[in-house]
Design a protein around this ligand. Structure first.
Ligand code: SAM
Length: 253
């Protein structure tokens, strides 16, 4: 049921989307004015009309809607990469994840969604401005209960005594290896997302010293090819989000 203060995703006949907070107020669109208060007490999926008779559907927003509309600081981890991180590391409800850097909080939100209400995500972010952005975005996604953000550098150490997995999106993941070997549970994953090949190379050089702690590493990059589906023509889209990053998976022995 939609309550006063809930967020809804309003979708118009063209598929245009608005993420709004439901209150007794007007919301202006190019298709006319909506009275958002009319949604209070109605189920998600309800229709609402503008003063011009145009219909909008009010959906319950999912994490992708929140991430698409939230404020951004640094570049986010895209769903294609977040999905493979969660799947390959076997991230499950109830897990405790150490993450860094939180950045805009997108990957934090994917991880918090995967670990569920019984799980925990502890995310380190060295920059105060990004820490603030991530904190607000996590609140917007409704995950403040299961996420702790720390405004500090993970290179200086990990405060927590143990973690099921460590997930990193920062320039020098090799600086976290000495802390990870103490904190990561056997069977857990150390995941490093890095945009550049030379970062992967540097990481593997540093890894030589820690090879006995981990199973054979795996490095992947993820390409998703979307298709255009039209009545007269179905084919791959002519543009795609190609390279984003390399993802390195190390499993602790
Ligand atoms: N994964 C994030 C997301 O999906 O929104 C984006 C992360 S952004 C590309 C990298 C972040 O790492 C930056 O916000 C940066 O300030 C942070 N960072 C860099 N070094 C760090 C460190 N030593 N400890 C914690 N955070 C760090």
């Amino acid at each position: 049921m939609i309550e006063k203060g809930s967020r809804v995703l309003l979708v118009d006949k063209r598929g245009k989307r608005y993420l709004v907070k439901v209150e007794d107020r007007e919301f202006h669109t190019d298709l006319g004015i909506l009275k958002l208060g009319e949604l209070i007490g109605k189920p998600y999926g309800s229709r609402i009309e503008t003063h011009k008779g145009e219909t909008f559907v009010a959906l319950k927003p999912d994490i992708n809607d929140i991430i698409a509309k939230m404020k951004r600081g640094p570049q986010i981890v895209h769903p294609k990469d977040a999905g493979i991180i969660i799947a390959y590391a076997g991230i499950s409800p109830g897990d405790t994840i150490i993450e860094a850097g939180a950045g805009s909080g997108a990957l934090t939100i994917f991880l918090a969604n995967a670990v569920g209400p019984q799980g925990r995500v502890i995310s380190y972010e060295v920059r105060k401005d990004f820490y603030e952005i991530a904190r607000k975005n996590i609140e917007l996604a409704g995950f403040s209960d299961r996420v702790t953000i720390k405004n500090k550098s993970i290179y200086d150490g990990i405060d927590e005594e143990s973690a099921d997995h460590i997930v990193l999106d920062l320039p020098q993941p090799e600086n976290v290896l000495p802390h990870a070997v103490d904190v990561l549970k056997p069977g857990g994953y150390f995941v490093a997302y890095t945009p550049c090949m030379n970062q992967v190379h540097r990481f593997f050089q540093a890894l030589q010293e820690y090879r006995d702690y981990f199973m054979r590493p795996r490095v992947v990059e993820v390409l998703v090819r979307e298709h255009e589906v039209k009545k007269e023509c179905m084919r791959p889209k002519t543009t795609m989000l190609a390279h984003t990053g390399y993802i390195t998976f190390l499993r602790k022995l």
